[in-house]
Design a protein around this ligand. Structure first.
Ligand SMILES: [Fe+2]
Length: 320
């Protein structure tokens, strides 16, 4: 895949999908019709896992899934960080059929409290990041065009399930993802850009040394069978992990990433991300806004508990 436009940009609203002229499905009327249909299903979502729409994937969609996932699983054995491989083992996505987002969301919820919420397409980065702060991952359900299985110019169900789900079922990664999202709920516009870049160069495209060997842990790298090897090659400039550099580094989601940041250990990445988050203005000064943040966080947490309790009751009574 040349590159993916990541989940940072998805849309909750429009059931009518607009593809760019360079999208592999731009001239495929059947594909557009299919995309519109899957987008329309999201209007049935009511905020619970049980209401995540079930998509009746076609034979061709299952074939694309199978083709891409078999390659990804094989290549990830040598190129993926251990957390990713552990996550895949826990999730055990069906290699032959596109899994249902509802099923995956149930699995993840039981482990880390994160849930997936279906979206039709692209949404603003702010919306996406802020949802993470509430333990909600906005996820697409359509699949990439069959003519370019190794490339998708936008996030698809393969990116979400093979790239992000293994992260979200990992308690440590889920927690740091949630902390980035919480910061996004209260930061200013300048800090929001910094958080977008931080998310991009870690959760989407992070690299980490494992026993002295550079491995990929980012969802973008790990959901593209072109990127999964390219990101570790000399085609990409590897820079030492430095959040001051990361937050000053713009990125183009439509192009192959020319620069990625390599952290010496996963623990180091977590520590530095937390130090950065605590340095944001909202956390640095005990001010009115900080008091409001804490009050809102407490209220949000209590709502989450009530919502989770309702969710558990609902999902317990509902078939997949
Ligand atoms: Fe993503």
């Amino acid at each position: 895949m040349q590159q993916q436009t990541m989940a940072l940009q998805k849309s909750i609203q429009p059931p009518t999908v607009h593809l760019d002229a360079n999208h592999p499905g731009f001239c495929d009327q059947e594909y557009k019709k299919r995309r519109n249909h899957i987008a329309s299903l999201t209007t049935k979502y009511q905020g619970t896992i049980a209401s995540i729409p079930l998509v009746q994937y076609t034979k061709q969609e299952h074939a694309v899934w199978s083709q891409v996932v078999s390659k990804l699983v094989k290549k990830s054995q040598d190129n993926a960080y251990q957390h990713h491989l552990d996550g895949l083992r826990r999730l055990q996505p069906d290699p032959g059929r596109v899994p249902q987002l509802r099923t995956l969301s149930k699995q993840i919820m039981k482990t880390t409290g994160f849930r997936m919420a279906p979206v039709a397409g692209l949404v603003e980065p702010k919306v996406f990041l802020q949802a993470l702060g509430d333990g909600v991952f906005l996820s697409t359900q359509y699949i990439r065009h069959s003519s370019q299985p190794g490339f998708t110019p936008e996030p698809d169900i393969i990116h979400e399930i093979i790239g992000h789900a293994p992260q979200l079922i990992n308690p440590v990664i889920a927690q740091i993802t949630r902390e980035i999202g919480k910061a996004a709920q209260h930061c200013d516009d300048k800090e929001l850009v910094q958080l977008e870049r931080l998310y991009w160069f870690t959760i989407e495209y992070g690299l980490c040394k494992e026993n002295g060997v550079v491995k990929a842990y980012g969802a973008g790298n790990l959901s593209s069978f072109n990127d999964i090897q390219r990101c570790l090659s000399t085609k990409v400039a590897h820079r030492p992990f430095d959040i001051r550099q990361i937050i000053q580094t713009p990125y183009d989601p439509t192009q192959p990433q020319p620069v990625l940041f390599v952290v010496e250990s996963f623990e180091e990445a977590l520590q530095e991300i937390r130090e950065f988050l605590s340095s944001l203005a909202i956390f640095k000064k005990p001010s009115t806004s900080r008091v409001r943040y804490e009050a809102e966080s407490k209220a949000r947490y209590q709502n989450k508990l009530r919502s989770t309790a309702r969710e558990k009751k609902t999902t317990k009574d509902s078939p997949l």
